[in-house]
Unconditional design. Structure first.
Length: 543
């Protein structure tokens, strides 16, 4: 016989069993109700379908999202024999049938036995809003952000309730900001009070940006006349703030361009300053550095794909060695026989540049080559209204690191001391036992190596092609001349100054005319200061 305690356990077990049965029955009924809504789409017109979509969204069940997505994509079909609606996928000559609620495959039907459920753009907007509302509470941050952006693009009064719940639960600042903006836009498209709509206009104004102007302009014709002054004032406020934001964005773009010019020009600055050589093949050193990155990434992709995020760290010493060796061969093989003959040196280096370009075309082909961004250099982020891409930011950091490393090399190392001695007085340096020919050779190799590093960086933001270096050689010479031949600080200031000036001129004069204006301004500047911003006394001056 069972004691009282055993009866209690048995009773609890039975009660739990019946509770589970009731829950399962309730779940089955809920699924049947949602399935009935989907089946209603088979015979509904567009207006009725819109109401059905809203009904499906009100269930709050995220399992209906695949069915709604299939409806928007035109993959929802109704079976003619019993008016049942399914998600379909091609299965040879037949269609595989998938339940839009459970996602289970239920069989196959001939294509002739099924009819597509029609959908138009208005319905697609309603579906996007419904999907957004259903995924606002997802545990995945990316899903929540995408859902909030979906509701923002397709605002609706029906979205207000799920938006309020999502905002109350949201902890991520970025997602919460998009949710609040979506709620404000949805309020403007609802029958809420004038006070609520004024608060929504203020929310959109605080958010700011060009998207906010577009949102306010789109609702201006459909809101109460009493709200027009608030909308106009908000648009005017956003536009005035955008003037400063645009100026700040131009400064950022200028710094980004300046870092590229600094990398391309810094090697040229020390070569030109120490040796007085106008090296027309300097751009091809940049190009060789970029192709070194391409080769390293190809090897990593095929043999060691897990190391791709380290590809630039591996490519950097490879580019330094390749371009440094090529520079050393050029100096020892050609340039050392042409010192004191600037025209012949210019023509010889120009010929070398053509040879290097053609060699690369023969090996790699004339088309652009794909060089990928590691994950830490991909994407962008917002900072005070500015859009900052990671690859540009890291290039600025890299350019400054190269600059200060080179500065330390010149100021603190024995080689730097010899290089400065040769720059200031070649005869005296030679009489003190410095082997000036080898200083020239290694200086040229150093300048070429720095150009190779520039190529590694440029491969992340520009097309890698045989003509890559030609895009920067003229600008590099302008930076060197403007900053002061052989002066590294002058090169730094000149690069960032010309970069910012270019970006401020481009919106008004265009890219080509902007460069022409910069060239004219530099010519006028050189007339007043022939030695550039920071003059450096060297061999070229003594001559």
């Amino acid at each position: 016989m069972l004691d009282r305690f055993s009866y209690r356990i048995l009773g609890t077990t039975v009660a739990g069993f019946f509770l589970i049965l009731m829950l399962l029955a309730g779940t089955a009924r809920a699924q049947d109700d949602v399935k009935a809504l989907f089946n209603g789409l088979g015979s509904a017109n567009f207006q009725q379908a819109d109401e059905i979509v809203k009904g499906i969204a009100k269930t709050g069940d995220p399992k209906v999202v695949p069915g709604l997505e299939a409806f928007a994509a035109g993959d929802l079909y109704v079976r003619k024999s019993d008016n049942q609606v399914f998600i379909t996928k091609s299965a040879g000559s037949n269609l595989a049938l998938i339940d839009p609620v459970t996602g289970e495959t239920t069989g196959e039907e001939a294509k002739g036995a099924m009819t597509k459920v029609k959908v138009n753009n208005n319905l697609r907007r309603s579906i996007r809003a419904a999907i957004g509302g259903l995924t606002l509470m997802s545990p995945d941050r990316g899903v929540r952000l995408a859902a909030a952006e979906s509701v923002l693009k397709s605002p609706s009064a029906d979205s207000l309730e799920p938006l309020d719940a999502a905002i109350a639960a949201e902890k991520d600042p970025e997602v919460r900001g998009v949710l609040e903006e979506a709620r404000a836009v949805s309020i403007l498209n609802s029958d809420r009070s004038v006070e609520d709509k004024k608060a929504a206009i203020e929310t959109i104004k605080v958010k700011g940006g060009r998207d906010a102007i577009g949102i306010l302009s789109s609702v201006a014709g459909s809101v109460d006349e009493s709200l027009r002054p608030d909308i106009d004032a908000a648009i005017a406020s956003i536009e005035s703030s955008l003037v400063f934001a645009d100026a700040a964005q131009n400064v950022w773009y200028g710094l980004s361009l300046g870092s590229v010019l600094l990398l391309a020009a810094i090697g040229l600055a020390i070569t030109f300053g120490v040796m007085g050589i106008i090296n027309m093949a300097h751009g091809e050193m940049v190009m060789l550095g970029a192709y070194s990155t391409f080769v390293v990434q190809n090897i990593i992709r095929t043999s060691y794909p897990s190391l791709f995020d380290w590809s630039l760290a591996i490519a950097l010493p490879v580019a330094i060695l390749v371009t440094g060796a090529v520079g050393l061969v050029i100096e020892r093989g050609v340039i050392r026989f042409l010192y004191g003959r600037p025209l012949e040196t210019l023509l010889a280096t120009w010929g070398i540049s053509l040879i290097l370009q053609q060699a690369v075309r023969t090996i790699f082909g004339p088309t652009n080559q794909e060089v990928g961004n590691p994950s830490w250099m991909s994407g962008a982020f917002e900072l005070g209204g500015l859009t900052i891409t990671w690859n540009r930011l890291w290039i600025i950091v890299f350019a400054l690191a190269v600059f200060f490393a080179l500065l330390m090399l010149l100021k603190r190392s024995a080689f730097g001391l010899q290089m400065r001695a040769v720059t200031q007085n070649r005869r005296m340096a030679s009489s003190m036992g410095i082997r000036t020919p080898w200083v020239d050779a290694f200086t040229f190799a150093l300048g070429s190596s720095i150009a190779g590093m520039a190529g590694v960086a440029l491969s992340q933001i520009d097309n890698v092609s045989p003509n890559l270096g030609q895009s920067y050689i003229i600008d590099s010479f302008m930076v060197v001349v403007f900053g002061g031949v052989g002066n590294l600080w002058g090169t730094l200031v000149g690069a960032f100054s010309l970069g910012i000036l270019n970006k401020f001129l481009e919106p008004y004069a265009g890219a080509v005319l902007g460069k022409i204006l910069v060239l004219v301004l530099i010519i006028l500047f050189i007339q007043k200061r022939p030695r550039g911003l920071f003059a450096l006394k060297g061999r070229a001056v003594e001559a």
